[in-house]
Design a protein around this ligand. Structure first.
Ligand code: AMP
Ligand code: ZN
Length: 113
């Protein structure tokens, strides 16, 4: 298994895990782009949004719900934040394990592409 995020789930690679439940975990991005920069992932290895089975739409809902809760705990819910899922090479996805970025704590750039 050479997936870095699966290794984080397995505890084989250290990370600052700040949330976990039976389906998802969240940890701080190693190269933060904002004062709050969290990564939220499913425990299960799903390569990207493109491979998420139609039978599992609830997984994304679960990730978004966790993000909303974490945004409150990080104190960025009132000022606002951004959730980003990069998908595939042209979408800017570098780590091939489905993940959502939660960015906040500063006024983010308006650039999206
Ligand atoms: P993406 O470009 O959407 O695939 O983003 C991958 C993100 O994972 C980047 O923001 C990286 O900084 C982050 N990342 C990569 N390896 C680690 C790690 N070991 N711990 C925490 N974050 C990581
Ligand atoms: Zn993985």
């Amino acid at each position: 298994m050479d997936c870095i995020f699966c290794q984080i789930v397995a505890g084989e690679v250290p990370s600052e895990i700040i949330y976990q439940d039976e389906e998802v975990i969240a940890f701080r991005d190693i190269n933060p782009q904002a004062p709050t920069h969290l990564i939220i992932i499913p425990r299960k290895h799903v390569p990207s949004l493109a491979q998420l089975s139609e039978a599992e739409p609830s997984l994304i809902g679960h990730m978004v719900a966790a993000a909303g809760q974490l945004a409150k705990e990080e104190g960025v819910s009132e000022t606002g934040y951004r959730l980003v899922i990069n998908c595939g090479e042209w979408g800017g996805q570098l780590v091939p394990h489905l993940h959502m970025h939660l960015l906040g704590g500063k006024k983010l750039s308006g650039k999206l592409g």
